[in-house]
Design a protein around this ligand. Structure first.
Ligand code: GLU
Length: 254
């Protein structure tokens, strides 16, 4: 891990944080602080169709209650569309317009030209060799997560991304966009995903329960246990995190 570490936690405000999102937040926070780095919070509200009113505020209150103090201002993607637009522009030559709805995108043939009589709706980028093409501007006009996250990680000077292994298959696409845009790629570390007893990833979509502020200390201990880190006996959230920062080891995760 080199100098100038800057990490981030990037929740989508589609609901409050649940145990799985606390685990990811804790892992990225500890990795950053253990390496003397900064830790930023970014609200990934680019998919307006999934944004739940009040969720962003609740997420920040949950982070505070868990002692996860971030650096600088919290930025929101919805305010950064001109940046995504500029990146889209810079990708011209690697992209094509596509007439498919989101549902049709998997079998998209628009690379060879728009089917006659069809209107362009989305923008897709040619994948790296062996990689499927993918959407960077959606049929509904919104910028795709893949583009927004790459622009934001670059613009915010993120050097290390620690996030859930559910995003593992997004990483090559993001690295490809970084390559096309001439951005240096951050380092990636993916942490195991918390599953429910049926083996499904905990998610806001399947109504995982919110990590309650008043149980923050206990939740932190459980998160450390899940991440295979030493678990401090007791204490307030800040004390638990201070000890965990000192003891943090990525190796236990690998
Ligand atoms: N906003 C994404 C999510 O909540 C995380 C994106 C990332 O960490 O790159 O799943």
């Amino acid at each position: 891990v080199g100098a100038g570490y800057r990490g981030r936690f990037a929740p989508s405000p589609s609901g409050p944080l649940h145990f799985g999102s606390i685990v990811t937040a804790v892992a990225s926070f500890l990795d950053a602080r253990h390496h003397g780095g900064e830790w930023l919070v970014r609200m990934e509200d680019i998919d307006e169709t999934r944004t739940v009113p009040g969720a962003a505020d609740r997420i920040l209150r949950q982070l505070e209650a868990h002692g996860l103090a971030w650096d600088g201002e919290v930025v929101g993607q919805s305010a950064r569309k001109p940046l995504y637009s500029a990146a889209l522009e810079r990708l011209t030559g690697h992209t094509y317009r596509c007439a498919c709805s989101r549902r049709e995108a998997a079998s998209c043939q628009c690379r060879a030209g728009l089917p006659p009589g069809k209107l362009a709706r989305a923008v897709r980028v040619h994948g790296a060799p062996g990689m499927e093409d993918f959407t960077i501007r959606r049929a509904d006009g919104l910028f795709a997560y893949q583009l927004a996250v790459v622009v934001d990680d670059f613009e915010q000077g993120i050097s290390h991304v620690v996030r859930g292994a559910d995003l593992l298959d997004s990483t090559p696409r993001q690295q490809w966009l970084q390559h096309l845009l001439g951005y240096q790629s951050p380092e990636y570390l993916h942490v195991p995903v918390v599953k429910d007893p049926e083996g499904r990833k905990l998610s806001k979509q399947n109504h995982a329960s919110a990590a309650e502020e008043e149980h923050a200390a206990q939740t932190l201990r459980e998160a450390l246990q899940f991440l295979e880190q030493p678990v401090p006996e007791a204490g307030a959230p800040r004390e638990i995190l201070d000890q965990a920062v000192a003891c943090w080891s990525r190796v236990r995760l690998l």
